[in-house]
Design a protein around this ligand. Structure first.
Ligand code: FES
Length: 86
């Protein structure tokens, strides 16, 4: 018997409530919300998840007030507050 699909949960992305699958990571939640990038480099260049495995640091966001969290390595959680730094 196949596993039932994971239920959606609610997170807040830049203050906006979003329903996302409970099994996804923050970087995927940003993509589902239509955000093309998660932060800007010092020169203003937009940056977004690249490696998807915790090496490049390009997916950094603020999660529940904590800066520089890796979106690709952080699973979403009910009520999580995600802020892009773009
Ligand atoms: S996408 Fe490279 S560390 Fe997250």
């Amino acid at each position: 018997m196949p596993d039932a699909p994971a239920a959606d949960i609610q997170v807040y992305i830049n203050g906006q409530a979003q329903r996302v699958p409970a099994h996804c990571h923050v970087a995927a939640a940003l993509k589902r919300a239509g955000l093309a990038h998660s932060r800007r480099a010092e020169n203003g260049q937009p940056r977004a998840a690249f490696c998807g495995m915790g090496q490049c640091q390009e997916c950094r966001v603020r999660i529940d007030g904590l800066d520089h969290c890796l979106g690709c390595m952080t699973p979403v959680a009910e009520g999580m507050r995600i802020e892009t730094q773009a």
